[in-house]
Write a protein that binds this ligand. Structure first.
Ligand code: FAD
Length: 432
């Protein structure tokens, strides 16, 4: 006897999108969240890319809780005290239908979960799913930490985030390799709105997203700076095995980033409101588990669907895309009274024909490339060196030719031409 048609574990973006689609299809769905409210346990950098909401929540921008609309995206390469930035501005992104917005997770997650509840989902917070209930080799529900808290349903959707215990218990992760994970650390620094506007060159509700390479010392990774209404988020994403192997601590690397001449003027005088950290499934497609089992689907970070490909760090839209697809597939299978793995495989097929797996498959080599030595060290050092040589006026010496500058910088930083060409070709293939 089932308590619900479906149980969704985790009220992050993936879980709430799944519950929303199930409830809209008229299915009874329990959305379990271990935190006291959706979003209370969650952290991220700060930007949600909203296109995925167009069909799910038409006109979403009129109701989603937003800090700022991102109208400026920069990619910064740092070497020593120098920085080279490619800065793209698009005022059109500050008007409907918008592109991306900074938003706080407690606000965003609570909003999305609220839509699922309004559609009829039962949200149960402060409740942890502690394991799966299985019968005859298939999943038939979850155990929870509440007294008499077992819940039964023909389908469970595991949206319990990175390190999904449920997907592991179901045997869907063949092996776990620490090299597939990074840890993200972030400080939220309070500053008056007009100070942020002036320092970042924006006004009104406009906001900025800066992605940074070359700011993580000996630890492969990257950095970011995002503007909220009256605070700035500064963070790092760091390779887990490199951190574990010793060397610099995340907070020390973050301190150094904040002290860098390109970043310090943006955050100085601000008060640190919050320090947070969270693991990221960095390797994407290469680490994805089985997505479908008998009576179970896995979505969002639980299925390693965060896209961490250097210039892109997108997880929330991938979580919503996969969660919604899981909810729709589950609803159809429940209606047909068949939630076997074969029937639920419609979920995988839906993802294959959507951006979720298309982007991941196309960019499968990108995370590895971005964490490689050339992208981490060679590229920022050579790029900053070339800029320095180009723009340093050495009169009475004549200007050196660009080719000589590039060759000199590559030699100085130990980048061999054939390695650069090989990695360049790999990058073209990975991002092409
Ligand atoms: C430092 C950092 C920066 C990032 N920056 C960005 C960014 O700017 N933009 C972007 O799009 N993405 C970003 N991401 C990625 C993004 O945060 C994730 O991809 C996204 O949150 C995944 O959503 P999810 O719903 O799958 O998982 P989560 O958001 O992790 O939600 C999982 C939920 O499940 C709950 N839960 C877990 N286990 C249980 C259990 N056993 N029982 C009940 N509930 C449970 C958790 O409390 C949580 O609410 C960033 C991540 C990090 C760490």
């Amino acid at each position: 006897m089932s308590d619900f048609d479906a149980i969704v574990v985790g009220a992050g973006p993936a879980g709430s999108a799944a519950a929303l689609e199930l409830a809209r299809a008229g299915r009874s769905v329990c959305l379990l969240e271990r935190g006291p409210t959706p979003g209370s346990k969650n952290m991220y950098g700060g930007v949600v890319y909203g296109r995925i909401l167009d069909t799910l929540v038409p006109g979403w921008w009129e109701q989603m809780p937003v800090q700022r609309w991102v109208t400026r995206r920069s990619t910064m390469l740092i070497h020593d005290d120098r920085a080279l930035t490619v800065d793209f501005r698009h005022p059109g992104w500050g008007a409907a239908p918008f592109n991306g917005a900074t938003t706080f997770r407690p606000d965003f997650d609570a909003w999305l979960a609220g839509l699922a509840v309004d559609a009829g989902a039962s949200l149960v917070c402060s409740t942890t799913a502690t394991g799966l209930i299985r019968e005859g080799g298939r999943v038939v529900g979850v155990r929870t930490d509440r007294p008499d808290g077992d819940l039964r349903a023909p389908v469970v959707i595991a949206c319990d985030g990175v390190n999904s215990f449920l997907a592991k218990e179901a045997g869907m992760y063949p092996h776990t390799d620490a090299a597939n994970f990074t840890v993200g650390v972030k400080e939220t620094i309070s500053l008056p709105r007009e100070v942020i506007d002036e320092r970042f060159g924006v006004r009104g509700e406009e906001g900025v997203d800066i992605e940074i390479l070359g700011c993580t010392g000996d630890v492969p990774g990257g950095g970011f700076v995002y503007t909220n209404a009256t605070s700035v988020a500064v963070g790092l994403v760091l390779s887990l095995p490199a951190l574990a192997a010793g060397g610099d601590r995340p907070e020390e690397l973050l301190r150094r980033l904040k002290a860098h001449p390109a970043i310090a003027p943006l955050v100085e005088g601000g008060e640190v409101l919050e320090y947070s950290a969270h693991v990221i499934p960095e390797a994407g497609y290469e680490m994805m588990p089985e997505l479908v089992g008998d009576g179970i689907l896995v979505a969002g970070d639980a299925a390693a669907m965060c896209l961490a490909a250097g210039i892109w760090l997108e997880g929330v839209n991938f979580a919503i895309g996969s969660g919604a697809a899981a909810g729709r597939a589950a609803a159809q299978c429940i209606a047909r009274n068949d939630t076997s793995a074969a029937a639920l495989a419609a979920y995988r097929r839906a993802l294959e024909s959507s951006f979720v797996l298309a982007d991941h498959r196309k960019l499968r080599a990108a995370p590895h490339l971005v964490m490689g030595d050339l992208a981490q060290r060679g590229l920022p050092a050579v790029a900053c060196g070339v800029m320095e040589d180009l723009f340093t006026v050495r009169n009475p010496e004549p200007k050196p030719g660009v080719r000589r500058i590039v060759r000199t910088q590559m030699r100085r930083h130990g980048v061999r031409a054939r390695d650069a060409v090989r990695e360049g070709l790999r990058a073209l293939r990975a991002f092409g």
